[in-house]
Ligand binder design. Structure first.
Ligand SMILES: Nc1nc2c(c(=O)[nH]1)N[C@@H](CN(C=O)c1ccc(C(=O)N[C@@H](CCC(=O)O)C(=O)O)cc1)CN2
Length: 284
């Protein structure tokens, strides 16, 4: 009887890291089932790795002691987690339902290894959809004067539902710096443009006015700077002179929902590491 674990490591690159980590895993009786690494090079570059391994239940304790010693030596940031424990998501929505629908479908099927623990919205429109999936839905209206109170309520609900990751599925309110700083690299947003083009509100209106030949969507970690966090996934769709604004939105919805689903799936599977304002994504 074994458990499947995931180990993520980021540290300054230097020879010997892989040997030290694999030696520690071997000495704890672990069997490595997948291993990915990326090095930026020895000239002030970073090293990133992701390992999945099978080991006896409780191996995380002695392995943690070994990793703590290694972390000192290599100046490592690391996380060790049980692979079989699906993450709990807090999904924030406004009125658009296409991204929420994709997340509901893929999490219920198990295509995304996560459980939507609660849905929070500044509108009531999508409550019937949440009820169809028996997911708690909290309508928390937001105005400029009530934003701090609304966010405090949202944070209380996130904690009480034990959600580890927050997904902004076309949530159209800007989160405060206080809120965002409470969840570093744990808030994923879908922006409905191919960033860095058309940041801010109404990107399809901006794209239509510009006469673009490609529309797109970008999933990124949320930071205090609007639509400027580390990009996790992007995709595009070709358009031309025949497409009106509503066509851009219709075609864009197909791109947004899949880009967000891939980003959330990779995040909850511990496949995304952040390096400054970039990400390293280890593929399936
Ligand atoms: N701190 C952050 N909060 C949010 C981000 C983000 O990147 N950082 N992304 C948005 C989603 N979004 C684009 O993807 C977006 C939503 C809304 C607006 C906007 O300007 N909305 C209102 C103003 C609302 C407010 O002041 O809260 C407007 O239309 O004027 C821009 C971008 C989600 N939150």
């Amino acid at each position: 009887m074994t458990d499947r674990y995931r180990l993520l490591i980021a540290c300054p690159d230097t020879p010997g890291i892989i040997a030290s980590v694999s030696d520690a895993l071997w000495k704890e009786g672990a069997n490595i089932t997948s291993f990915d690494q990326y090095s930026e090079g020895l000239e002030n570059g970073m090293f990133y790795m992701r390992a999945e391994f099978d080991a006896a239940p409780g191996t995380d304790e002695p392995l943690t002691s070994r990793l703590q010693v290694m972390a000192e030596a290599y100046r490592m940031q690391w996380t060790l987690a049980l692979a079989g424990r699906p993450q709990r998501l807090a999904v924030f929505v406004s009125r658009e339902d296409h991204c929420l629908n994709e997340l509901l479908w893929q999490t219920q099927r198990g295509d995304i290894a996560a459980h939507i623990a609660l849905i929070i919205s500044n509108h009531a429109d999508l409550q019937p959809l949440a009820e169809r999936f028996n997911i708690p839905y909290y309508h928390i209206p937001v105005t400029q004067t009530t934003k701090a109170h609304s966010e405090a309520e949202a944070r209380r609900l996130i904690e009480s539902h034990d959600a580890q990751t927050i997904v902004l599925a076309r949530y159209m309110q800007i989160l405060s710096e206080d809120f965002v700083s409470a969840y570093p690299e744990r808030i994923i947003n879908i922006h409905h443009s191919f960033l860095p083009a058309f940041v801010g509100p109404k990107p399809y209106h901006q794209a239509y006015a510009r006469g673009v030949k490609l529309i797109g969507a970008t999933a990124h970690y949320v930071t205090k700077d609007l639509d400027a966090g580390p990009i996790i996934e992007q995709d595009v769709h070709r358009v031309d002179h025949r497409h009106q604004l509503e066509d851009l939105k219709r075609l864009g919805r197909q791109v947004e929902r899949m880009v967000l689903a891939r980003a959330v799936s990779w995040h909850v599977s511990d496949r995304v590491l952040v390096s400054g304002n970039r990400t390293v994504v280890f593929p399936f």
